[in-house]
Design a protein around this ligand. Structure first.
Ligand code: ADP
Length: 438
């Protein structure tokens, strides 16, 4: 029980670790994706602003026909930029400074002057794109030095600061950022829920087989410990009697030998199961008829069963007329397990019977006995590894609870079925079902 709680704890810790790593990975993914999308959005927004500024720079530098007109207009170049409505947020403004930083186009700025007068000429920013914020208004700006040969005397030889209002863009960028954060957060949660469900589903068979494996190792160790303790006890006892002869200690020696035999059969069974778990057992499948795998196990059991004052009956109808694709040795092994159990769990004068039957496209071999029977609850469990109905009695009869597990594994690899049912009025019937090869 303690071991199981510890295992559950480890499994839960492992699941948590996996979940946290998935959570982290998703967070990094969403964060990176968010940054990329946001940057793309921002740069595409500023790209159009920068394009406008660039066009203005080109027009200032070239001053096509406009320059001639401007020479005669008192308001100079700024007529172009005049806003239609004085209170509307202005989009583009042009400030002209002389070398000393004095604003030259004050008159053309109109009502914008009150805001824009705060901007000082900073020659360090020449030809650099910059963001200027004044009185909560944001501008993308570029400072250029216009050549003294420029046709427009307003610009010629002066510094011109081209400003583009970007309040709308900043507003939409921050809206976009908010929406992006909310959407990504929701998707991150959805992804986490999905990841949680998926990890549980994908981990389930792994956890199950891992649990089975560790239970198997625990049970195997437990089974190995009992005979080893008995042998150790007997040997230690014999060491305390150094002058005794073998005859004197015959009982201890024979008990030890029994336990060695038990250990031997246990390790063999463990090896069989471990090999078939890893699918390393070679199957020697060939087309055969039942007589080739029924004769060998039946013969010796006839003698054993009769010697124990029990009745053995065989009733095989399809010795030669059924063809099966099986590994004969493996099927023999299954029949030995079933006949051995039937013998072990049947009292004196009881009957053990082996017979066959065709059920559709399946060939059935049935081993029945009039023995102690198996309860409905145990019927489901006896094919499990190390499961024994009555542990204390079975130890004396030599079982480890591995026989039926091995039988089931063999039949499964043959794409067949093995199950147990009651033999009326008493006892049980084990049915092995194999597909017939037509
Ligand atoms: P074991 O080596 O202990 O017999 P098995 O895996 O062959 O292990 O069987 C598991 C358990 O199923 C047995 O311990 C026994 O309790 C029960 N069992 C198997 N065969 C029979 C049977 N013919 N009659 C009654 N009980 C049986």
């Amino acid at each position: 029980m303690k071991i199981k709680t510890k295992q559950n704890k480890i499994t839960r810790r492992q699941q948590l670790k996996l979940f946290i790593s998935v959570m982290g990975t998703f967070a990094i993914l969403f964060f990176t994706l968010g940054i990329i999308i946001f940057n793309l959005f921002q740069s595409s927004t500023y790209r159009s602003i920068d394009k406008d500024i660039k066009e203005q720079v080109t027009s200032i530098r070239k001053q096509p026909q406009m320059s001639n007109q401007l020479r005669h207009t008192p308001q100079g170049p700024d007529n172009r930029n005049k806003q239609p409505e004085p209170h509307a947020p202005f989009q583009a403004s042009i400030l002209v400074f002389n070398n000393d930083g004095k604003l030259l186009n004050k008159s053309s700025l109109g009502n914008r002057y009150s805001v824009l007068k705060n901007i000082k000429l900073n020659k360090k920013n020449l030809n650099k794109k910059q963001t200027i914020t004044i009185k909560k208004m944001n501008f993308r700006a570029l400072l250029i030095k216009v050549s003294s040969k420029n046709n427009n005397p307003m610009y010629a030889g002066h510094y011109v600061l081209i400003m583009q209002n970007i309040d709308t863009q900043i507003q939409s960028t921050s809206n976009f950022k908010r929406i992006l954060i909310i959407t990504f957060f929701i998707f991150w949660i959805v992804a986490l829920i999905l990841a949680y469900v998926l990890t549980r589903i994908s981990m389930f068979p792994i956890i199950k087989s891992w649990k089975q494996q560790s239970e198997f190792v625990n049970d195997a160790a437990h089974e190995l410990r009992t005979p080893l303790t008995i042998i150790q006890g007997k040997l230690e006892y014999m060491l305390t009697k150094p002058n005794n002869t073998i005859i004197d200690e015959a009982e201890s020696i024979s008990v030890s030998l029994d336990e060695v035999n038990r250990l031997n059969s246990l390790t063999n069974n463990l090896l069989i199961l471990a090999r078939s778990d890893q699918a390393t057992t070679k199957m020697n499948v060939e087309l055969t008829t039942p007589e080739f795998f029924l004769k060998d196990p039946i013969m010796p059991f006839k003698e054993i069963i009769n010697s124990q004052s029990k009745v053995f009956q065989t009733n095989i109808h399809h010795k030669n007329d059924v063809h099966l694709n099986v590994d004969r040795d493996k099927i023999k092994q299954v029949l030995i397990i079933l006949l051995d159990n039937a013998t072990k769990y049947t009292h004196e004068n009881g009957t053990i019977k082996i017979y066959d039957h065709i059920e559709g496209s399946k060939y059935q071999i049935i081993v029945s006995d009039t023995g102690i029977g198996i309860s409905d609850n145990d019927k489901k469990k006896i094919f499990g590894r190390f499961y024994r109905v009555d542990k204390s009695r079975n130890r004396n009869s030599g079982g480890h609870g591995l026989g039926l597990a091995i039988a089931q594994q063999i039949i499964n690899t043959h794409h067949g079925k093995i199950f147990v049912r009651d033999n009326l009025p008493t006892g049980s019937e084990f049915v092995v079902e194999l597909p017939i090869k037509h």
